[in-house]
Design a protein around this ligand. Structure first.
Ligand code: SAM
Ligand code: FES
Length: 344
């Protein structure tokens, strides 16, 4: 039985995952969801980790076909926060007792290595928080310098484990480079987050099975998976979004093959389904990222449309998310929520 194989925690192969993804057997999927929830509780506990995200620039030199921040999108109003402004936001995250700040942006060369290193050092000197960076592809030397400055974690989604699909969606970059960056991140000592979009145009069950095997192979410390949502200002306008069903299936399988990973219930999941984040928390997720980007900028970080939590400020987002977590029968973590392999 498929569920017994999953329970054993042995390596699974591609045919097995494709068969699962093609199965419409509701009771099998209910069992898989329960198993994922059980594994999450066993390995990660009941507490949900909060990570305060600051989207500090929406300027990007890249052309990812799915993303509203791509440089070709002339309709996008652009902004860039100065280091002092970013520090102020970090201070609101820390004041609320949130122990991780996630700094995310497009690939914006305004932030030189010196600026980033200085910012990281300032944060570490003044606030008791772990730092996660999500600022795209860099050289190994740059990753090393950012890690040496004090950044703890780095999110760089692999987006899709299919080289053909990846290369099709990224006209100015390639799968091989993404893979190289992910390897550099592990080698430089970061806690590493990877993950894919679910339901990309042209993505097959075979491609999604490859995503699961990719996670199984790399055993990342964090996994960011969420549905693809079409943006009308990109080449993928008018295509279908990923569904909540697919998203929950991939989240559950990600939890089953990576038992010790931190897995967020992503904003995109909460965008395609009003209770998407709540549902994700019950199939393996154990992290939520309240948004601390100042409101005047937040409305312009439009990776995809109708983004969740676009109008609330950080304090409101924090209050609302805490209430939701308690309502789902979970507690709120008060520690840093480092990767398990880094905890003593
Ligand atoms: N520039 C950084 C990078 O490439 O890692 C971080 C910013 S990028 C906007 C963050 C993530 O947004 C991407 O890794 C991608 O998975 C996700 N994303 C972009 N466009 C999306 C869309 N239309 N629907 C869902 N997720 C999307
Ligand atoms: Fe650069 Fe999306 S294309 S952040």
């Amino acid at each position: 039985m498929a569920i017994d194989i999953l329970k054993k925690g042995k390596q699974i192969d591609k045919t097995f995952v494709v068969d699962l993804l093609e199965s419409a057997d509701k009771s099998l999927w209910d069992d898989i969801f329960s198993l994922a929830d059980f594994i999450r509780e066993q390995y990660m506990g009941n507490a949900v980790h909060l990570r305060g995200i600051i989207e500090f620039s929406n300027i990007c030199k890249r052309s990812c076909n799915y993303c509203g921040l791509q440089k070709q999108n002339k309709q996008q109003h652009r902004y860039r926060m100065m280091p002092e402004e970013i520090l102020k936001c970090v201070s609101s995250v820390a004041e609320l007792g949130i122990k991780t700040v996630v700094l995310q942006s497009g690939e914006d060369d305004f932030y030189t290595l010196d600026i980033l290193v200085d910012l990281i050092k300032q944060i570490k000197k003044n606030y008791d928080v772990a730092i996660t960076l999500s600022i795209g592809e860099k050289t190994k030397q740059e990753y090393r310098a950012l890690h040496d400055a004090g950044a703890d974690r780095y999110l760089l989604r692999h987006e899709t484990a299919s080289p053909e699909l990846y290369n099709k969606l990224h006209p100015d970059s390639c799968f091989e480079d993404r893979l190289k960056c992910i390897k550099y991140l592990f080698e430089t000592g970061f806690q590493v987050g990877i993950g894919s979009m679910i339901g990309l145009p042209g993505q097959t069950n075979s491609n999604m099975a490859d995503d699961i095997l990719f996670l199984q192979k790399f055993q990342p410390d964090m996994i960011g998976t969420g549905p693809f949502i079409p943006n009308g200002q990109t080449q993928l306008k008018g295509t279908e979004a990923g569904t909540i069903e697919q998203t929950l299936k991939i989240t559950a399988l990600a939890r089953i093959v990576c038992r010790k990973a931190h897995i967020p219930a992503t904003t995109a999941t909460g965008t395609i389904d009003k209770f998407g984040r709540e549902k994700a928390l019950h199939v393996g997720a154990n992290v939520i990222m309240p948004n601390f980007t100042p409101q005047k900028y937040r409305v312009h970080y439009t990776i995809y449309p109708n983004k969740r939590c676009i109008t609330e400020d950080g304090h409101k987002c924090n209050t609302c998310i805490r209430a939701m977590i308690i309502n789902e029968g979970r507690t709120i973590a008060s520690d840093y929520g480092h990767a398990l392999r880094f905890q003593k």
